[in-house]
Design a protein around this ligand. Sequence first.
Ligand SMILES: Nc1ncnc2c1ncn2[C@@H]1O[C@H](COP(=O)(O)OP(=O)(O)O)[C@@H](O)[C@H]1O
Ligand SMILES: [Mg+2]
Length: 300
Amino acid sequence: MDVCIKPLCYELLAEVGVGSYGKVYKAREVGEKRRLLAVKKFNIRGDTSENGIPAFMIREVALLRKMKYFNHRNIVKLLDASAVPMGRSLDLTLVLEYIDQDLSTYLSKVPASGLSRDCIKDVMQQLLRGLDFLHTNMVLHRDLKPENILISSSGEVKIADFGLARIYTFNIALTPGVVTLWYRAPEVLLNSVYMSSVDMWSAGCIFAELFLLRALFQGYTEVQQLQKIFEVIGFPSEEDWPKDSPISYSVIWGPKGSCTNLLHNLDPDENDLLSQCLAFRPSRRISAAKALAHPFFVKN
Ligand SMILES: Nc1ncnc2c1ncn2[C@@H]1O[C@H](COP(=O)(O)OP(=O)(O)O)[C@@H](O)[C@H]1O
Ligand SMILES: [Mg+2]
């Protein structure tokens, strides 16, 4: 049976964010529900050498529309996704549930004494539950960072800005502007193949940031980003270096060896979980499901 759903009607209230690719507005649903909504509008450009919109882009938008049926408390609910062709580009509109603030804003308001252990545990657990759900559904986020994680006034953590990675990657070359490298996994920086473990790297960076209240690896070029990573996790061995990377293994990066203590003041469980999230080799990095079963969450 076909179910006919009425289109969502809303009025735009204010601009809440200008991202690298488009704008996010706060809106209110018109009608009975009068829910607060976030409306994200952006334009995706096709390759100008091609006629019309590339097929893969159409597939990606179709996938995005399917995500409307995703239902998990730790991912932002996508209520509507629509795409309107405009010549060689697409005007894409996503309608999402509205969440009060993002993790970056939240962290900027934390007093210098820091977050409590319980709070860090709660945020990480919710983040990992959301990630586990995305990965189980074969969705990689690929751009997990505090700006893309929302926290509601009641403390619910929700992953935002997911499923767009491939659409974005295509636009990155065409879009001037700075995309942060701070949460990017080494295999991505090294142009190697990647899988869901890239999100676990980012989750590790965020875990550290919950303790530090600043980003762990703050590089401004890809090489500098890798250097910052190696300063903390140690330089990998040649066997661990990705075979398919166009950047060949070279000892000029720094002395070999691994760090056992990644941050000061972590207890053994915290340090162990962090080091498993920040394993250089993707196949050795912990999965979201395994991380949720780690003693850090399980022990009292
Ligand atoms: N559902 C939402 N509710 C409230 N604010 C949101 C929502 N989604 C995004 N935002 C805000 O808008 C910003 C940009 O949104 P995002 O989806 O990350 O777009 P971009 O692709 O431009 O990074 C976020 O960092 C957040 O502050
Ligand atoms: Mg974003």
